[in-house]
Design a binder for this molecule. Structure first.
Ligand code: GLN
Length: 481
C-alpha cells in the first residue's frame, strides 16, 4: 500500500512544515494518484493542471499550505466549470469562488479538481449523474453512495486527504459510510452557502469528507463563521478551534441518547446491527452514559424530506431556462419553445421527476395537503429533538441499514428514497451530525452517526475522535489503491 497516499491532512501539513515535502510535490503526487486510479472509480470529473493552480510557495506558513483536496461539482470554483453533474450546466464557469472554497484557499489549500455527484445532488447512488456512477473503492461493482459519491470515493481511495461535499438529506454521511470514511454535516448556517448551487435552500449545507475526525474538525474550523454574502449564515464570528478539544477522551458525564426506533428499525441488516451494538459498547467503555430515547417523529423523516426537498428544488431549478446560464437549445421558434427544449434537453430523468413532483406538492389545492403538512411535521421533529437534548448531550443513530448496494441494484425510486431514512432527520432539524466507520459487513464498511444540538460540532468531534482513537477502522484502506 502506498502510505503517503493515505496520509492525513495533519500528517501532510507537518511534512510540509518540516520541509520534508513541498506544496508542489504533494499536489503533483495527488494528481498522479487521480490519473492512476480514477478510471476505475469515475470519482473525479476533472483534474486541474497544476500550472493553473495557485500553489503556495515552499516556505509557506499557511495552515493548509499546499494540502490538496477536491470539491463536489455543485460548489463553485472560480474560473472552473461547475456543472452540478448535469448537461444543463455542462459549460457553466462561475466567476467567483464559493465562500467555503475561498476560505480553504486562503488557508493555503490546493483545489486539484471537482468530483462527480448525482445531478444537482439529487440521489443516493451517484447514478443520476450525467457523467455516470461512481464505483466504490472497496468493491468496484458496488455504489459509492450519493449524492457525493465522487468526494467520498476519492478520499477513501487515497486520491486526496479531504473533499468538500454537500448535504440536503445525507449526501455526505451516506457515501462516507459506504466508503468507510468520516462525513460531516454542520448546523445549518455554520458554513456559508454562498457559491453552493442550491438544491433545497432550507436544508442545504456544505460538509466535509476526510479519513480522520481530526482532519474534519480542522477544516470545519477554517471554513466556519458568518458570511455577509449568505443571509442565512449564522451570526457567529469564531474563532472555531474544534481541534483543541480532541484529547482522545470523552467529556466526563457525557450522555448519549440511543434512538431506539432508529437502532431497532425494521430492515437493519444483522451485521450492521452487530456493528452498531459494538460501537455503543465502545462508547460506554470510553465513559459515555447511554440512555434509550424514542423519537417517534423521526420515522416520518423520509416522507417529510420527500415533500420539502422536491418543493424547494422545483423552485430552485426554475432559474435554469437557457436565458442566463448554461445550455440553450439550438433550434427554438419562440421563447416558450426555447424554455421547453432547453430544459427538456438539459435536465436528466431524475431532475425532471423531482421538478414535476415539487410543482405538484406546491400547486394550489395541494400545497396545504402536502407541502404545508410536511412543514408542520418538520417543526414537530425539531421540537422533539430539542426536547431530547434537554435529557442527553448527543444522539446516536445508524447511517444506513445495509452496506453499499450494487451499482444498478436499486431500480425502485422508493428504495432509493429510503436511503435517506436515518440521515435526513438531522437536515430537517437543521442540527449537526457526523458519521464515522464502525466495522465491516461482507467486507464492506458500515458506520454510525452522532447528532447534536445547534452548534455542538465541537462536542461531536471530541466524542468521535475518542471513539476513532480506540478503534482500528480509520487505519483500514481499500486494496489496490
Ligand atoms: N438522497 C437524498 C436526495 O436524493 C439526499 C441528497 C443530498 O443530501 N444532496 O435528495
Amino acid at each position: 500500500m502506498d502510505l503517503l497516499a493515505f496520509s492525513s491532512v495533519k500528517e501532510l501539513r507537518e511534512k510540509i512544515q518540516k520541509k520534508e515535502l513541498s506544496p508542489n510535490e504533494v499536489v503533483a503526487y495527488s494528481l498522479k494518484r487521480i490519473e492512476a486510479h480514477n478510471k476505475k472509480l469515475n470519482a473525479v470529473i476533472e483534474a486541474f493542471d497544476s500550472s493553473s493552480m495557485d500553489i503556495p510557495v515552499d516556505n509557506s506558513t499557511l495552515p493548509l499550505a499546499g494540502v490538496p483536496g477536491l470539491a463536489k461539482d455543485v460548489i463553485c470554483q472560480k474560473d472552473r466549470i461547475t456543472s452540478c453533474s448535469s448537461k444543463i450546466l455542462a459549460n457553466f464557469v462561475p466567476p467567483y469562488d464559493a465562500t467555503t472554497v475561498k476560505r480553504l484557499k486562503d488557508a493555503g489549500a490546493s483545489f486539484v479538481g471537482r468530483t462527480n455527484c448525482d445531478e444537482f445532488a439529487m440521489g443516493a447512488s451517484n447514478e443520476t449523474s450525467a457523467y455516470g456512477p461512481v464505483f466504490n473503492p472497496w468493491d468496484l461493482t458496488r455504489s459509492s453512495g450519493g449524492s457525493g459519491g465522487g468526494s467520498a470515493a476519492s478520499v477513501a481511495a487515497g486520491l486526496v486527504p479531504w473533499a468538500l461535499g454537500t448535504e440536503t438529506g445525507g449526501s455526505v454521511r451516506q457515501p462516507a459510510c459506504f466508503c468507510g470514511i468520516v462525513g460531516s454535516k454542520p448546523t445549518y448556517g455554520l458554513l456559508s452557502r454562498y457559491g453552493l448551487i442550491a438544491y433545497g435552500s432550507s436544508l442545504d449545507a456544505v460538509g466535509i469528507n476526510t479519513r480522520t475526525v481530526y482532519d474534519n474538525a480542522l477544516l470545519m474550523g477554517i471554513m466556519a463563521g458568518v458570511d455577509e454574502r449568505d443571509s442565512t449564515s449564522a451570526r457567529l464570528k469564531g474563532p472555531f478551534d474544534y481541534v483543541k478539544g480532541l484529547t482522545g477522551k470523552i467529556r466526563p458525564g457525557l450522555r448519549i441518547g440511543v434512538i431506539t426506533n432508529a437502532v431497532q428499525a425494521k430492515g437493519i441488516e444483522t451485521g450492521v446491527a452487530k456493528a452498531l451494538d459494538a460501537a455503543l459498547e465502545e462508547l460506554k467503555k470510553l465513559g459515555a452514559e447511554l440512555v434509550d430515547i424514542a423519537l417517534p417523529t423521526m420515522d416520518y423523516g423520509a416522507a417529510v424530506y420527500f415533500m420539502v426537498s422536491r418543493a424547494e428544488v422545483a423552485s430552485n431549478l426554475s432559474r435554469f431556462d437557457g436565458v442566463r446560464y448554461g445550455h440553450r437549445t439550438a433550434d427554438a421558434v419562440d421563447l416558450r419553445d426555447m424554455y421547453e427544449k432547453t430544459r427538456g434537453e438539459g435536465f436528466g430523468h431524475e431532475a425532471k421527476r423531482r421538478i414535476l413532483i415539487g410543482n405538484f406538492v406546491l400547486s394550489a389545492g395541494h400545497a396545504d395537503q402536502y407541502y404545508e403538512s410536511a412543514c408542520t411535521v418538520r417543526r414537530m421533529m425539531r421540537a422533539e429533538m430539542m426536547d431530547a437534548f434537554k435529557k442527553v448531550d448527543l444522539l446516536f443513530a445508524p447511517v444506513s441499514a445495509a452496506p453499499a448496494f450494487k451499482v444498478g441494484e436499486l431500480g425502485d425510486p422508493l428504495q432509493m428514497d429510503l436511503q435517506d431514512y436515518f440521515t435526513c432527520p438531522a437536515n430537517l432539524a437543521n442540527i449537526p451530525a457526523v458519521s464515522v466507520p464502525c466495522g465491516f459487513v461482507d467486507n464492506m464498511p458500515v458506520g454510525f452517526q452522532l447528532m447534536g444540538p445547534d452548534f455542538a460540532e465541537g462536542l461531536i468531534f471530541e466524542t468521535l475522535h475518542a471513539y476513532e482513537q480506540a478503534t482500528p477502522w480509520h487505519t483500514m484502506h481499500p486494496k489496490g489503491f
